[in-house]
Design a protein around this ligand. Structure first.
Ligand code: KDG
Ligand code: MG
Length: 402
């Protein structure tokens, strides 16, 4: 039996922060796991370093399910994004090791390919509609068949979801910026600009839109109804999902498909949403939801209710997490779509390999394991730097939902 002899947490910031877990076995096999939680990176790093890594030493890396349960059920405090991201990092690293030992890519270990490649969507945004349409055209030029569109709302400074500079990067300040939010202005403007994007795009290109939990259930129902003719692929995070039953109200008023879950991290957070068919796509990610082992269970459960996967895949999930997502996406029966924002070029100095993008699809690496390697020498050049997402306030100063 091989054993785990080291578990190290590594932090790097090639334009943004990434936390990586490195597990080394006595046989010299190294597995990589993603532990990046945007804006709370150091909390997960400490959770791993101080509370999880010591528990891994001497264990058999082949026993993925057992180690997962040891870290979830065996711990008094469970669930929550910090815990589930830390457990995910261990899980991803163990799948990487298992693949390297078996000399197989992880998707083969998960049952093999259920499709030829993974359909992805990317982001297009603009401060105004002409800028947005330019960005949509650029995304089409890169071959994307599904595009998420966000435009600045007139009179709402710094609308979240709109890129700054070349790359969309809202986590841009050493302390959170405060931005302005106006629901009525958004509700007046968004259906109109999405209509312009729909007219601009060929009908076979899927159009997505992210609401970032900014609406009440009734406002979301009004929005969903107002865009029904546009046949959105989905409206994302229409309202916070803390209260899962509130999605019933949205569902009873509109046939616009609903996706949610990027801030959720366990099967319990989406159980009612799935079992009552209140959503169409579940957006948990391997990085923030306990890794491949747990997310596979979520997707298998969702399959029973014809809910499809639509995993979160922003540039604040590291290329290791993105690689894990693509391996899982290849194998599940109810795959829907995978988010893929891509990364600034500098990120590839640290993370080598990973899935290949072509013509609107990602294909996993055929290398053993996750097929991605972390360059520790390159990573050491990029020191951690605090970066926070903005906070939104209404005109009267009230803090608004993320
Ligand atoms: O950490 C926050 C980002 O990952 C998130 O804001 C991006 O909403 C997002 C999305 O759909 O990718
Ligand atoms: Mg989102």
């Amino acid at each position: 039996m091989d054993t785990i002899v080291a578990a190290d947490v590594l932090i790097t910031c090639p334009s943004r922060n990434f936390v990586t877990l490195k597990i080394t076995t006595a046989d010299g096999v190294v597995g990589w796991g993603d532990a990046t939680l945007n804006g709370r990176e150091l909390a997960v790093a400490s959770y791993l370093r101080d509370h999880v890594c010591p528990l891994l030493i001497g264990r058999d890396p082949a026993r993925i399910e057992d180690i997962w349960n040891y870290l979830f059920k065996g711990v008094y405090w469970r669930r929550g994004p910090m815990t589930m991201t830390a457990v995910a990092a261990v899980d991803l690293a163990l799948w990487d090791i298992k693949g390297k030992v078996a000399q197989m890519p992880v998707y083969q270990l998960l049952g093999g390919a259920a499709r030829q490649a993974v359909l992805v969507y990317t982001h297009a945004s603009g401060a105004d509609v002409p800028e947005l349409l330019e960005d949509v055209a650029a995304a089409r030029g890169r071959g994307f068949r599904a595009i998420r569109a966000q435009a600045g709302v007139p009179g709402v400074a710094g609308t979240y979801g709109v890129k700054h500079g070349q790359y969309y990067e809202p986590a841009n300040a050493a302390l959170p910026e405060e931005q302005h939010w106006d629901t009525e202005a958004y509700l007046r403007f968004a259906p109109d600009y999405l209509g312009q994007v729909r007219d601009f795009l060929d009908s076979e290109v899927a159009l997505l839109h992210d609401i970032h939990h900014r609406l009440t259930p009734l406002e979301a129902a009004r929005f969903g109804r107002s865009v029904e003719d546009l046949h959105l692929f989905w409206m994302e995070d229409p309202t916070p999902a803390d209260n899962q039953e509130s999605f019933r109200l949205i569902r009873s008023h509109t046939i616009t498909p609903i996706a949610t879950g990027e801030v959720l991290s366990s099967i319990w957070d989406v159980k009612q949403l799935i079992a009552e068919q209140l959503i169409d796509y579940v957006r948990l990610s391997v990085t923030h939801s306990g890794g491949i082992t747990h997310l596979r269970k979520v997707f298998n459960f969702a399959e029973l209710y014809q809910v499809r996967s639509g995993s979160h895949g922003p540039s604040d999930i590291s290329p290791i997490g993105q690689a894990g997502a693509v391996h899982l996406d290849m194998t599940i029966a109810n795959f829907g779509i995978q988010e893929f924002m891509g990364y600034p070029q500098i990120v590839s100095e640290v993370f080598h390999g990973g899935p290949t993008y072509a013509d609107g699809y990602l294909t996993p690496s055929e290398a053993p394991g996750l097929g991605i390697e972390y360059d520790e020498t390159a990573a050491a050049r990029f020191e951690y730097s605090p970066k926070y997402l903005p906070v939104a306030r209404r005109a009267d100063g009230t803090v608004h939902d993320w």
